[in-house]
Design a protein around this ligand. Structure first.
Ligand code: PLP
Length: 365
């Protein structure tokens, strides 16, 4: 692959923190080396802090964010269980698809793209579901949904349903408080606000969800009972399950160290300030923001492509002449919306000014 040094401001991978990149280049350790197992334990401990949880079962799964989604449905839903899924974008759609493949009776609650999940409608969708799932930060639309309110409403009704949150684009970018909110199962991905390359899915399970897990999920690789034996020795001692992606875990360990050294509050504030300045700058350029006001993610801004402007051409000029990647819209908004990410290492004012000035020039504004 050509060594092109892009500024990655799309919805996909962002530029990793330098500490994460350096760790990838460090000498490799064996996956059962005591030093690696120490790094793995510390990575899980650091993940607990970033998730805001004391959940014993908090670990990085091998695979991208979608593997977290698969693991959630494989381990906590039995065929025939009713699952309520909030759909307000592409990743809610994916939840519906994955839940159905594991045999769930899916009750989907559709929302207009660009709007957050409506808690009352989620609650009214079914009186006693097994699980209620929603996406915290919808990367396809740039919308934040109120997972705290959803979890409070679901658990306030009865003790039957588990709450599942997709935190792929939220973890380490905006507040996530798994224990405080009462979320039972959550997953993320390393390539967004965590500031690592794609390849791991941080995952966390509450004690209540663990009690209700599927004993023999229809997957060997993602069976949390088996993975737990390797990651935390929870089945009576550490035994081999699969060869851990040691370099990726070392990289995540380093990025989490960086985030925690900066402080979670400071990291969230850095994302907030960068997102606010980007929105202000886009409006100053005469552009219209897409996501519903009051629910906009600082780490992923959606903006409408002005009338008469060729979306793909602008993105191509930014990429080829300025080395800046921004994303196209998703689904029906593929050519009418741009998505600009400011995640992790890129949640900085210098990145904001860079993309704003390049965009102004390309648009002739
Ligand atoms: N959920 C959300 C909100 C996402 O943004 C993504 C990816 O962008 C995924 C799930 C799937 O993650 P991955 O592409 O890493 O498998």
């Amino acid at each position: 692959m050509a060594l092109v040094d892009r500024v990655l401001l799309g919805p996909g991978p962002s530029n990793p923190y330098p500490e994460a990149t350096a760790a990838l280049a460090a000498p490799l350790l064996g996956h059962l080396d005591p030093e690696f197992l120490r790094v793995l334990d510390e990575t899980c401990a650091r993940l607990r802090t970033v998730w805001g949880t004391e959940n014993a079962r908090t670990l990085p799964l091998s695979g991208t964010g979608s593997i977290g989604m698969e693991a959630a449905f494989a381990n906590f839903v039995r065929p025939g269980d009713t699952v309520v899924v909030g759909v307000n974008g592409l990743f809610g759609e994916r939840m519906v698809d994955v839940a159905g493949r594991y045999g769930a009776e899916v009750v989907r609650v559709d929302h207009e793209w660009g709007q957050p999940i409506d808690v009352a409608r989620m609650l009214a969708a079914h009186p006693a579901p097994r699980l209620v799932g929603a996406v915290h930060a919808e990367t396809s639309t740039g919308v934040r949904s109120d997972i705290a309110a959803l979890a409070a409403a679901v658990h306030g009704r009865d003790d039957h349903a588990l709450v599942l949150a997709d935190c792929v684009t939220s973890l380490a970018g905006i507040e996530v408080d798994i224990d405080g909110w009462g979320v039972d199962v959550a997953y993320s991905g390393t390539q967004k606000c965590l500031g690592v390359a794609p390849g791991l899915a941080p995952f966390t399970v509450s004690p209540r969800a663990w009690e209700r897990r599927v004993e023999h999920p229809p997957t060997w690789y993602l069976d949390l009972n088996l993975i737990g034996a390797y990651v935390d020795g929870s089945n009576g001692g550490r035994t081999y399950h699969h060869t851990a992606p040691v370099a990726m875990i070392a990289s995540l360990h380093a990025a989490l160290g960086r985030v925690l050294a900066e402080g979670l509050d400071a990291v969230w504030e850095r994302h907030r300030a960068a997102g606010a300045r980007l929105r202000e700058g886009l409006v100053d350029l005469g552009l219209d923001l897409f996501a519903a006001e009051g629910h906009r993610l600082p780490e992923l801004t959606t903006v409408r492509v002005p009338d008469g402007v060729d979306s793909a051409k602008v993105r191509s000029i930014l990429l080829n002449e300025y080395n800046i990647e921004i994303g196209a819209g998703a689904g029906a908004f593929a050519t009418s919306v741009w998505r600009i990410g400011l995640m992790g290492h890129n949640a900085r004012l210098d990145r904001v000014e860079l993309v704003l000035s390049a965009l102004a020039r390309v648009l002739g504004r």
